[in-house]
Ligand binder design. Structure first.
Ligand SMILES: Cc1cc2nc3c(=O)[nH]c(=O)nc-3n(C[C@H](O)[C@H](O)[C@H](O)COP(=O)(O)O)c2cc1C
Length: 204
């Protein structure tokens, strides 16, 4: 068993078409810890000690967020700036996150073509997420290929959302049960449904 922590960050939840449903699914997975950062810290007063203790108590850390201006929403950046402290996650004695896994679960309004690295090398989504990857790697964590929903704004109207939500749930269960192929991080740019051992609902 891997102890999985989901840190969900979405500042505009009343307008959410997909993240809120994903968050609901995540929060119902047994033995997975779910935290809604904007609900816990509406005024950005992040409790660094609590957050660091929460990290120490888990093996896998998931950031779930909508892409906002090609980055994380601001509270999640604040969380990184404050919680990933010198002496805790890097620098002398800063080895507390070594060996943990990290997964970014991202929704993007843009369609895949908008993030195609072959079309625009600078703006491929893996390139845009590289500050996050570099940061967690400096902390000694393994950056798993991100799980991304492109064209998230249309995912309900074109029928992709329910499958994505089920796949997310299955992904969290697989992380919890250590059922993801360990070779995936070095091999893939993104996690897709074929990498996720699906539950019965997906096979139907
Ligand atoms: C302030 C803001 C900034 C956004 N920036 C981007 C962006 O840089 N790239 C992108 O593809 N979508 C962007 N979007 C669209 C969101 O990523 C999209 O609405 C969200 O992923 C959909 O998830 P939700 O229905 O749960 O909110 C932005 C939306 C907002 C409100």
């Amino acid at each position: 068993m891997s102890r999985v922590l989901v840190l969900f960050a979405h500042p505009g939840q009343r307008h959410s078409r997909v993240n809120l449903a994903m968050a609901k699914a995540a929060s119902s997975v047994a033995d997975v810890t779910f935290a809604d950062l904007y609900a816990e810290y509406p005024t950005f007063g992040i409790d660094i000690d609590i957050e660091q203790k929460r990290l120490l108590a888990h093996d896998t850390v998931v950031f779930q967020f909508p892409l906002y201006w090609y980055s994380t929403p601001s509270l999640l950046k604040e969380w990184q700036d404050l919680v990933l402290e010198y002496g805790f996650s890097y620098g002398p004695g800063g080895d507390k996150l070594q060996g943990k896994k990290f997964l970014a679960v991202v929704t993007a309004g843009g369609r895949p073509a908008a993030y195609d690295a072959d079309v625009n090398r600078m703006h491929g989504l893996r390139t845009l997420l590289s500050p996050l990857q570099r940061s967690v790697e400096v902390c000694g964590m393994t950056f798993l290929p991100p799980f991304v929903l492109f064209g998230a704004i249309d995912a309900n109207s074109d029928g992709r959302a329910p499958r994505h939500i089920l796949a997310y749930r299955s992904l969290l269960e697989a992380l919890r049960d250590d059922r993801l192929d360990p070779a995936i991080p070095s091999r893939e740019n993104f996690l897709d449904y074929s990498h996720i051992p699906m539950g019965k609902e997906m096979e139907a």
